[in-house]
Ligand binder design. Structure first.
Ligand code: ZN
Length: 677
């Protein structure tokens, strides 16, 4: 391995340990000698690129910065963030490399070859206390230099460099309310030193904890608490309300967690006090916001009271956020979404919110470490974090705002949650994929679990983590449906779009039709749509954000075919259901529309060999002529595919059809007798 490989290896070791850094946090570097583009040897700082995640970083994740241009900056008095960024752009070894970390100067000014900077939990437990400096000197003696909190940037980097000049024997710099910096002549030495200091901090916390071994760190409140299953019922029953209330400005995806660490924390008798001081380090705050919201439910069984509690808590949080914003803003940047990212409900659990499932997960991971850090601080002292003013400067740091401003624009269905029934194949599958392509979070359901699981894996690999949920659901079974909606609420917090697609085909002339075949068709092709829609309407009304329901009907609704009695009658019921839903729920902003496909053969379970044979017989043709027959009977003489249907579903699902409800759109190549009228 060359030197850069060793830096990659060191960084991945740091990145793989969540008690050191989380999701893109922390950074590492190495000063080395390289040939520049002129072929001259020069000193280069290889430093982690801005926003890169260390657990998966590669060689090209470390842009190079020419040290001969950077080191003279130490003589300057001050430098704004923007000046610093512009200056560093001129110093890049490769003009098109990623932007170097915003903590680049910190690395450059430390006169050792390799530098490691983390936001280690144990270090934050020590620095986020009222007696931080006393505790740090007890823990590390003269080995650590403590630097007071200052937002990362030129001045912090310079302050660290100067404090090292004054303390040449120091082994590390501890940044109050921020993290740890260690160094060494090689990446290995810098890493070893980092681990040694963090281990020392962990031991110090363990031996100096004021809590007796048998006592819990967070003292539980008087309530006896809910059982695991009671909790999940309450959580599912209020998720959509929470999502509706915090999505006032823009929709959020929610995530629910109620692990032991979370429950011990939310049930602490002094939860309000514990959560009043805020995020552990500026890096965390960007995801969690400075403060979480705590809402106490007076009686989880009382729906109206719970709604009042949640409304009051969330609107109060937003008001306070606005006050905080107007107190510190310089008018340069608009106010961000004022709603909480972390919601703690005693006895029930924790919700985190984000623009997508992944960011809700990142926030949850970070907050669970916040709980750990708080526990450490709480055991030796009183937790103390950034001031309200510094928290503002961290959240509205122009460099972070810039990072967000260059993020790619959101897709049409981003922040939307969709459920597709009958998604294992055919139209359901094509629709699920098409909506995911447009950014939707998709819940795919079917009775065929193996196919569903394979599809979910494929889609997750394609569209990213925390985006796809697969659930076994028989649309004719109320219990299956209730369980699927509950799982959806716990995974994503709500629903925006329902694609009611699951169906079966059956052929027989009426006089030969058995009662059981008739009932089976009705139970899936009519009752199935009713049961799923009923559950969805209930959720959408509770959530209060409107919604869109798309029913996959059939050309047979307007032009039934012979021997398709059970199927056509049931699908006609589905069509009337879709219209009545449109009539009843327009006032809630819930739209209901239908798509009428015809002759979609490829990947379709509807068109089994048996059905093909039956249809061939009904039309007096050979079995292998069925597809051709359907193609030739439409006006455009074209084969209709599941992907064609998915395009129309996409139109009806999203906001492009915002003014359309109760409609029926054929996707059949044009069948004259099936024109809707
Ligand atoms: Zn940092």
């Amino acid at each position: 391995m060359d030197e850069l490989d060793k830096l990659v290896y060191q960084s991945r070791l740091v990145g793989a340990e969540p008690s050191l850094v989380l999701w893109g946090g922390g950074n590492t570097s190495l000063k080395t000698t390289e040939k520049n583009f002129m072929g001259d040897e020069c000193r280069v700082l290889r430093v982690k690129g801005s926003g890169t995640d260390m657990k998966s970083i590669q060689r090209d994740g470390f842009p190079g910065v020419a040290l001969e241009y950077v080191l003279p900056l130490l003589d300057r008095r001050d430098m704004s963030d923007q000046e610093m960024v512009d200056y560093l752009n001129h110093c890049l070894a490769e003009p098109n490399s990623p932007r170097p970390s915003i903590e680049t100067l910190l690395h450059a000014f430390i006169p050792y070859a390799s530098v490691v900077h983390s936001h280690a939990d144990a270090i934050l437990s020590l620095t986020n206390t009222q007696r931080a400096r006393v505790l740090l000197s007890q823990a590390f003696g003269k080995a650590a230099v403590a630097v007071s909190y200052r937002r990362p940037g030129f001045l912090l980097s310079k302050e660290i460099a100067l404090s090292l000049q004054n303390n040449p024997d120091a082994k590390c710099v501890v940044l109050i309310n921020h993290g740890l910096v260690t160094w060494g002549p090689t990446p290995k030495a810098a890493y070893d030193s980092h681990i040694k200091i963090v281990s020392q901090a962990e031991e110090f916390l363990a031996t100096h904890s004021s809590n007796a071994k048998d006592r819990k760190i967070f003292v539980p409140g008087p309530s006896k608490g809910l059982s695991y299953s009671e909790r999940s019922v309450v959580a599912a029953s209020i998720s959509a309300t929470i999502r509706g209330l915090i999505s006032n400005r823009q929709r959020a995806i929610l995530r629910f967690e109620d692990g032991d660490d979370v429950m011990e924390f939310v049930n602490a008798s002094d939860l309000m006090d514990l959560t009043s001081s805020g995020a552990a380090t500026p890096d965390h705050l960007l995801n969690t916001k400075h403060l979480p919201l705590v809402v106490e439910l007076d009686n989880p069984d009382d729906t109206n009271l719970t709604f009042e509690n949640l409304t009051h808590g969330i609107s109060r949080y937003a008001e306070r956020y606005e006050q905080w914003f107007s107190r510190y803003t310089d008018g340069q940047h608009p106010m961000a979404d004022p709603y909480p990212r972390v919601i703690l409900i005693p006895q029930v659990g924790m919700w985190t919110a984000g623009k997508d499932g992944q960011s809700a997960k990142v926030t949850a991971d970070i907050y669970r470490h916040t709980i750990k850090i708080l526990a450490g601080s709480h055991a030796i002292d009183h937790y103390k974090s950034l001031s309200a003013k510094e928290a503002f400067r961290a959240e509205y740091w122009p460099l972070e705002l810039y990072k967000r401003s260059i993020a790619p624009p959101e897709k049409e269905l981003s922040r939307r949650i969709v459920m597709v029934t009958g998604a294992a194949s055919g139209i359901g599958k094509a629709t699920a994929i098409r909506l995911a392509q447009e950014g939707a979070h998709v819940v795919i359901t079917d009775v065929r679990v193996a196919e569903l699981k394979a599809l979910a894996q494929h889609m997750s690999a394609q569209y990213g983590i925390e985006r796809i949920l697969y659930l076994k659901m028989d649309v004719s079974k109320e219990r299956d449906i209730q369980a699927a909606f509950k799982a959806t609420l716990l995974a994503f917090g709500g629903l925006d779009i329902l694609i009611s697609n699951a169906g079966i085909a059956h052929t027989s002339p009426i006089d030969k039709l058995t009662l059981s075949a008739w009932q089976e068709s009705l139970s899936i092709n009519a009752t199935g749509h009713f049961l799923v829609a009923r559950e969805a309407i209930d959720l959408l009304k509770q959530q209060g954000l409107g919604g869109s329901m798309v029913f996959i009907a059939t050309k047979n609704v307007t032009a039934p075919g012979q021997d398709f009695g059970a199927y056509s009658a049931a699908k006609a019921a589905e069509a009337q259901l879709a219209r009545v839903i449109a009539i009843e729920n327009g006032k809630y902003g819930i739209r209901s529309n239908m798509v009428n496909p015809d002759g979609v053969f490829r990947d379709s379970k509807l068109w089994s060999q048996h059905i093909r044979e039956e249809r061939a017989q009904a039309h007096g043709i050979q079995v292998d002529q069925v597809e051709e027959f359907y193609r030739d009977r439409n006006l455009l003489k074209t084969s209709v595919t599941a992907e064609d249907v998915a395009e129309t579903v996409l139109f009806l699902a999203g906001d492009r059809s915002l003014k359309t409800t109760g409609s029926m759109i054929p996707v059949d190549g044009g069948v004259r007798e099936a024109f809707p009228r």
